[in-house]
Write a protein that binds this ligand. Structure first.
Ligand SMILES: Cc1cc2nc3c(=O)[nH]c(=O)nc-3n(C[C@H](O)[C@H](O)[C@H](O)COP(=O)(O)O)c2cc1C
Length: 140
């Protein structure tokens, strides 16, 4: 059974709704799924998982959330080389620029992005939920 971690931050619930769908998609494929807030996850845990989904909305000015998520991600990214990961998150007005930067950063870390990232404006609609389920399935 594939072990999948879903690590996400969400201020107003939009990325959380996406995370719920990622979890559903991975579980539907038979994965053993663990869900963490940023404060619960650290570099030493990366090796416990076959794949990791990271979720964070666009915050600040097209950056990751800076108080909890960014410190966690800075901590783990030195452990992501060769790791199968996928990214998701919600945005409000920027059109997704933060995700393009985040994907480039992950590639520089040597992470393997196993499927297209899923982004959506504010609350995910049915199509975005389906894409998140597909992301979870791809990681499983
Ligand atoms: C402090 C703050 C900064 C934000 N900065 C951006 C931004 O730079 N670009 C953007 O597209 N949306 C931005 N947003 C909008 C959020 O990304 C959007 O509302 C998203 O759906 C929030 O997801 P969440 O419900 O998971 O927290 C910002 C929201 C807040 C509260």
């Amino acid at each position: 059974m594939s072990k999948v971690a879903v690590v996400f931050w969400s201020g107003t619930g939009n990325t959380e709704a996406m995370a719920d769908a990622v979890v559903s998609g991975a579980k539907a494929k038979g994965a053993d799924v663990s869900v963490y807030s940023p404060s619960e996850f650290s570099a030493s845990m990366v090796s416990q998982f076959d794949a990791i989904a990271f979720g964070c909305p666009s915050m600040g000015a097209e950056v990751l959330e800076e108080t909890e998520f960014e410190p966690m991600f800075t901590n783990v990214e030195g452990s992501l080389s060769g790791k199968r990961i996928a990214l998701f998150g919600s945005w409000g007005w920027g059109g997704g620029a933060w995700m393009t930067d985040w994907e480039a950063r992950c590639r520089e870390d040597g992470a393997v992005l196993v499927c297209p990232s899923v982004i959506c404006q504010e609350m995910p609609d049915d199509a975005a939920i389906a894409d998140c389920e597909g992301l979870g399935a791809a990681l499983a």
